[in-house]
Design a protein around this ligand. Structure first.
Ligand code: UDP
Length: 330
């Protein structure tokens, strides 16, 4: 049995990873200020320390609950649009978070660290699928913030021997197949929950951002990866950290268009998604699909819920049971 500190463990990907750790019998301490995360997303088996992860007093409290085998750092600001309104806050907060947590980990003798990173590091990629060799050229302050976080960890590795894994998520979607956790952002900006909410009538009709892209149906193509598969990847990289730091792109390798997502939601939910078409959203590349060959080879990871319909089915089930998210659990 191991013990882990999970910052942002009350958030979307964090909470699913906490479940995966508890399911295999590990102990978990969640550090979350609940500004975006939800108390209801922290499973009973985990301990919650409520506070900001850049606060030294809070960090001391959290690390006192160790010793930890590793830290998994999810806590961060993560909205691309917001980051372009307030870039200094995004870069400042996300960098302060990672340097504070990694600094406290070093002090506590923890030398293994997993960072939530993002496909936004690649900006408008030169080719797809996107492998780890491609140029890192973010086109948003959010992407830049994660790039500087990765670079900060290089120094923790070089100076302190802190081994880290940076996992560059593509489009996280879906919900725990057992229905214990799901996606609940405020505001919600992601396609799958917005399309489901539109079909259920709990949200406004969807606006499709652009139908004139150079793709077969004119709408953007993304690599939707099930959140429980993302969680599984975190568990699988931990054993590598005895030896070296790693960076992996994390997606299924298959892309689906916005129209295909709309069709899938209509099919799975049995209700069509009401939508209109609108202009392109600034900063959206036509196609983002990951090559996860490096991750698969190093860890044996492969998605268990690789088909879009599987992702939508679990998301639909969670939203049906929680029409108002964690605020009003059924
Ligand atoms: N999208 C859309 N309407 C919406 C939200 C998203 O057409 O209301 C599109 C968006 O342009 C992108 C895809 O859906 O092509 C996925 O967007 P999301 O915000 O979920 O993730 P991102 O790719 O920005 O990380």
């Amino acid at each position: 049995m191991s013990r882990y500190l999970v910052t942002g463990g009350a958030g979307y990907v964090g909470s699913h990873t906490v479940l995966a750790l508890l399911d295999r019998g590990d102990e978990v301490v969640v550090l979350d200020d609940l500004s975006k995360g939800h108390r209801g997303a922290v499973p009973r088996g985990a301990r919650l320390v409520q506070g900001r992860c850049a606060d030294p007093v809070v960090l001391e409290q959290a690390f006192a609950l160790g010793p930890f085998d590793a830290v998994l750092h999810f806590a961060a600001l993560s909205l691309v649009g917001d980051s372009m309104r307030d870039p200094m806050r995004y870069i400042g907060d996300n960098l302060a978070g990672v340097t504070s947590v990694a600094g406290a980990a070093v002090k506590a003798g923890v030398r293994k660290f997993v960072l939530s990173s993002t496909a936004a590091l690649f900006g408008f990629p030169e080719r797809v699928p996107i492998d780890e060799e491609q140029k890192l050229e973010p086109v948003s302050a959010y992407g830049e913030s994660k790039l500087v976080c990765e670079r900060a960890l290089d120094w923790a590795d070089r100076v302190h021997g802190m081994r880290f894994a940076a996992l560059r998520y593509f489009n996280a979607a879906g919900a725990d197949p057992a229905g214990r956790a799901g996606e609940d952002h405020d505001p919600e900006t992601h396609l799958v929950p917005l399309a489901i909410g539109a079909a259920m009538g709990t949200r406004a009709p969807l606006t499709v951002f652009g139908t004139d892209y150079d793709t077969p149906d004119g709408t953007c193509i993304r690599d939707y990866v099930h959140v429980s598969d993302l969680a599984d990847a975190h568990l699988r990289v931990l054993p590598l950290l005895g030896e070296r730091s790693v960076r992996f792109n994390l997606g299924t390798g298959t892309g689906y268009s916005v129209k295909q997502v709309i069709e899938s939601v209509g099919r799975i939910g049995g209700k069509p998604v009401p939508f209109s078409t609108g202009p392109r959203r600034a900063g959206d590349p036509a196609v983002l699909v990951a090559s996860s060959a490096k991750l698969r080879e190093a860890t044996g990871w492969s998605p268990r819920y690789g088909a879009l319909d599987d992702i939508v089915r679990t998301a639909w089930a969670w939203h049906s049971a929680h029409p108002r998210g964690y605020a009003k659990a059924a």
